[in-house]
Ligand binder design. Structure first.
Ligand SMILES: NC(=O)c1ccc[n+]([C@@H]2O[C@H](COP(=O)([O-])OP(=O)(O)OC[C@H]3O[C@@H](n4cnc5c(N)ncnc54)[C@H](OP(=O)(O)O)[C@@H]3O)[C@@H](O)[C@H]2O)c1
Length: 253
């Protein structure tokens, strides 16, 4: 067990699998107490057991991040478990529409913005409010995407929400800096998860991305977790408003 996040409590959304599970696992390895959030408790319990089997401390809490009452209940449960929160990782996101942007229906549009923008913003309002109440420093980390920084055919509305996440990261970093609250984003490239299965399993799409990627491979969830641990730790104490691109060199310009 490492010590880089000793005495810190971190909420990680979308922690039942993929990138969120990897971030929560690495944070627990570095001594953080982790609150695992997603809609379905079953997946979270498996991740919590895995973390505990390695000597870590994890509490699973079911919560749809797009719903204000569920977010508020979740924070209360987290505070009951650990008494405070120092770190938030906004990672739970959705992309129900894969296709040309103008073909999206209203329900898919609403769902994408509800989870990816309102959910992220609502979580930050809650956790920043808690930190300000405690007069405590904190680190808020938004998992965005490289598609939020470029044109993204077939994923256009999802990419818009990721641009919004980058915008909120920069403004909140400026507005919360005086309180000692840092706000940064991570922009992953193509990472092999359930979310990206449609891209990873499509030979044409996968090889077109891998061929442009300096490191010549698709990323794994653990490739993102190290960046999140750094942003959560005091090692990044003078870093805020940054968008850390972790994409194996796919989008080097
Ligand atoms: N994979 C990639 O290539 C890639 C690239 C760039 C950025 N990203 C970003 O990385 C993040 C994680 O993606 P991933 O690839 O790890 O996805 P994933 O494997 O599909 O995991 C998504 C997680 O989010 C949870 N979730 C979904 N909707 C939720 C909601 N409304 N409320 C609470 N939890 C919810 C899911 O659990 P439940 O089903 O239990 O809710 C699951 O734990 C996302 O922000 C994604 O946009 C991924």
């Amino acid at each position: 067990m490492g010590e880089r996040l000793r005495d810190k409590v971190a909420i990680v959304t979308g922690a039942s699998r993929g990138i969120g599970a990897a971030i929560a696992g690495f944070m627990a390895e570095e001594g953080a107490k982790v609150v695992l959030v997603s809609r379905k408790i079953d997946g979270l319990q498996g991740v919590a057991e895995e973390i505990r089997s390695h000597g870590g401390d994890a509490t699973p809490i079911a919560c749809h991040v797009g719903h204000r009452n569920q977010r508020e209940d979740m924070l209360q449960q987290a505070l009951q478990a650990y008494g405070k929160v120092d770190v938030l990782v906004n990672n739970a996101a959705t992309n129900p529409h894969f296709g040309p942007m103008l073909g999206i229906d209203e329900a898919a549009w609403d769902k994408t913005f509800e989870v990816n923008v309102k959910g992220y913003f609502g979580m930050i309002q809650l956790v920043a409010g808690h930190l300000q109440h405690r007069k405590a420093k904190g680190s808020l980390i938004n998992v965005a995407s490289v598609v939020g920084m470029m044109g993204a055919p077939m994923q256009g509305v999802y990419a818009m929400t990721k641009s919004a996440v980058i915008s909120m990261t920069r403004t909140l970093a400026m507005e919360l800096g005086a309180a000692g609250i840092r706000v940064n984003a991570i922009a992953p490239g193509l990472i092999e998860t359930k979310f990206a299965q449609v891209l990873v399993d499509n030979d044409e799409i996968r090889s077109s991305i891998v061929n442009k990627t300096a490191l010549g491979r698709v990323g794994q969830p653990r490739d993102i977790a190290g960046g999140a641990v750094f942003l959560a730790s005091d090692e990044s104490d003078y870093l805020t408003g940054d968008v850390m691109v972790i994409d194996g060199g796919w989008t080097i310009t």
